[in-house]
Design a protein around this ligand. Structure first.
Ligand code: SAH
Length: 366
């Protein structure tokens, strides 16, 4: 008898298919979907009303749509691709959320309470591949980009939590885990949806995006001519020091980066924010402040000094208070606008990927 010898089939590990979040769509895109599905385009307005004004949690609550349309929506879209794993409130009102994605990864989102309003800090990637030497978000590398809807849902979920106390999300900062300019298209769709009057209607001037300095995307972003606030994580006054802190400086050199920033401010007429982390004994001396003032001279800008957040895996130390003030004063003497970032939620690890890092550690030790 012939015996067929079966070679073992090597099964490729399938990546789970991600279902499309309905929050990825702009009203125009929803209209197209409706037309393609034999429905009237004006329904898009009703659907957006349910999503962003009434903020429903099931398609069946969309009571002015036919059952057939609700079923079609449910077949093509998810209404909620994030589930809340942790919601933790700090003494200062900061609330930190750890959300689980469809494929099991977790991301963090932080709500900060300011006098001027409620600001949500969103994540754009699971992990990060930029590799900044001081940052917790990059420790496990990049797992995947977030989809636009997954970024929008972070804000919607925080808004739902605020609905319980009758408050509104007024500001959004794209400063959570990940490099937004490394996930450019999803970030742009996200911006359009939250800014849209039929979406969350958050004013462009109330939205801030921050990048580690991907030069081609800075030019692209400048050409979009948006009124969105733009921040650059600068962290060093010269190429050599920046390269020590941020490996991205190898591909995108500081003089070219400054040129791109000048282009941005000239093209948009808007000022840029420079984020400058103060890392004890590394970049925090008066001579660094002098060098920084020379570097950014003539650029319409604002400098935000960030005393380093302690990350257990990184051995950076805090700059003593007096040195922080000397640094600030030096910049002020050069006529530069400067503020020192206030810390939010330090009692709940709200800073820079710390919560997710802790969760990942638990995952690997359990
Ligand atoms: N990838 C983007 C968005 C992150 S924003 C960017 O790099 O701009 C988060 C800000 O916090 C960035 O300016 C980042 O450089 C800074 N940051 C990260 N880890 C930090 C730490 N341990 N202490 C102080 N600032 C840190």
């Amino acid at each position: 008898m012939d015996q067929e010898i079966q070679k073992p089939v090597r099964v490729k590990k399938e990546k789970p298919q991600l279902r499309q979040s309905i929050y990825s769509l702009l009203p125009e895109e929803m209209q197209t979907w409706l037309k393609d599905n034999g429905e009237k385009p004006f329904r898009a307005g009703q659907i957006f009303d349910w999503l962003y004004i009434k903020r429903v949690t099931t398609f069946d609550e969309m009571s002015n749509l036919s059952k057939e349309l609700r079923d079609k929506l449910a077949a093509d879209f998810e209404l909620s691709t994030l589930s809340t794993l942790i919601k933790q409130e700090s003494k200062d009102g900061t609330i930190k959320f750890l959300f689980q994605l469809q494929d099991g990864y977790s991301i963090e989102t932080v709500l900060m309470r300011h006098e001027y309003g409620n600001s949500v800090c969103v994540t754009t990637q699971v992990g990060c591949r930029i590799g900044c030497s001081f940052c917790a978000s990059t420790l496990g590398g990049l797992k995947r980009h977030l989809l636009a809807g997954e970024i929008v849902e972070q804000v919607v979920n925080v808004q739902k939590a605020l609905d319980e106390v009758g408050e509104r999300v007024s500001h959004v900062v794209i400063m959570g885990i990940g490099e937004p300019f490394d996930n450019y298209d999803a970030m742009m769709s996200f911006l359009k949806v939250i800014n849209h009057e039929k979406g969350l209607n958050i004013g462009a001037r109330h939205i801030t995006v921050s990048t580690s300095g991907i030069i081609p995307s800075i030019y692209k972003f400048a050409d979009e001519q948006l009124q969105i606030n733009f921040a650059l994580s600068l962290h060093a006054p010269n190429q050599e020091l920046r390269l020590r802190l941020m490996p991205i400086a190898k591909a995108y050199k500081l003089p070219d980066l400054i040129e791109a920033i000048r282009y941005y401010t000239e093209k948009t007429g808007r000022r840029v924010s420079f984020e400058y982390g103060l890392f004890g004994g590394v970049n925090d001396q008066v001579e660094h402040a002098e060098e920084l003032a020379r570097l950014i001279k003539g650029i319409k800008c604002h400098v935000n000094l960030i005393p380093v957040n302690y990350v257990p895996e990184r051995d950076y130390v805090r700059t003593p208070k007096n040195d922080i003030f000397s640094f600030e004063k030096t910049l002020k003497n050069h006529g530069i606008n400067v503020t020192i970032r206030r810390e939010h939620g330090s009692d709940i690890d709200a800073a820079c990927g710390q919560l997710r890092a802790k969760e990942r550690k638990q995952e690997t030790t359990n």
